[in-house]
Design a protein around this ligand. Sequence first.
Ligand SMILES: NC(=O)c1ccc[n+]([C@@H]2O[C@H](COP(=O)([O-])OP(=O)(O)OC[C@H]3O[C@@H](n4cnc5c(N)ncnc54)[C@H](O)[C@@H]3O)[C@@H](O)[C@H]2O)c1
Length: 335
Amino acid sequence: MKVLVTGGLGFIGSSFCRYMLTEHPDCELINIDKIGIGANPANLQGVDNDKRYTFIKGDICNPQLINRLVHQVDAVINIAAETHVDRSISDPNVFLQNNTVGTFTILEAIRRHNHKARFIQVSTDEVYGEALTGSFTENTPPKPSNPYSASKAAADMFALSYQRTYGLNITLTRCTNNFGPYQLPEKLIPKTIIRALRDLPIPLYGKGQNIRDWLYVTDHCCAINTVLKDGKPGEIYNISASNEIPNIEIVKKILTQLKKPQTLITFVEDRPGHDLRYSLDSQKIQTQLNWKPKAGFEDSLTSTVEWYLQNERWWTPFATDVILHPTPWRIGGLH
Ligand SMILES: NC(=O)c1ccc[n+]([C@@H]2O[C@H](COP(=O)([O-])OP(=O)(O)OC[C@H]3O[C@@H](n4cnc5c(N)ncnc54)[C@H](O)[C@@H]3O)[C@@H](O)[C@H]2O)c1
């Protein structure tokens, strides 16, 4: 099978490329990435020599390029996106373009040039909005709270409409917060590790009580591949490992592992529109497609912290003051 992966130099995309090339000797990958904020070519060092792997620097919003690539493949996994909620608050237009128009560009290419191609849209639990009680199922209507989740929800709606109207082979996945190696330092877990190692204050929005549901990145990649193989057109599959934890508890665990004082925790003004809790019910993928998360949360968090300790050369170029600023949605450079 020949697969076009978009955003394959980012955190989840690079993990997915490694996963597929390791687990599926018969697959061929084309990775298109514009080398934007989340991208790091070092994420796929070693893989770039694999004959089954081709990298193309390019933008999913470029119809000529996407038309040409879609023509050559059996499936497209759309992982590319602008992903940081804080950045979406300071510059929403970039999110509309890359996340919504970018997805639309791929859908149009498939509709016009390769009607049979399989399309997986990698989406997020954030499209459902805040989960004050219970867990969201795939039947919960989207109610996004910020420009990032709105841009992803809009892309999801286009994808579902193209399946229904044009009969395309399209399936959606919606996952919870991922963690693991190679995640850009502006996200909670790597930011906490890196700032703690430098004895810098660890910023936490509000009182740190926001709850996120954590999924180890390799489990997520396995789930995407399961949906690629067995998912039904027009369906949505939630992906969760049911590890719901308040942000402050994650930060405390990391500080304990690094033997750093909890006094580094600093509460900062909350992010506007901040959802208190996300929670997904992933019974559908577990019962219908037989996917289950394998990674234990505590062990995976410990090994992730260890990975950052061992790979300082990977993250040092990205650990700038801007990336590590306590409240990125407020700082001048991002407005
Ligand atoms: N990280 C999470 O916890 C999480 C949770 C739920 C859903 N998701 C979804 O998973 C996907 C990947 O997230 P991530 O954390 O790996 O992000 P990331 O920021 O690490 O990587 C995104 C990649 O997409 C590329 N990209 C962005 N716009 C592009 C464009 N127009 N053309 C080509 N490439 C482009 C970037 O250069 C980058 O390499 C996103 O769609 C995101 O919405 C992520």
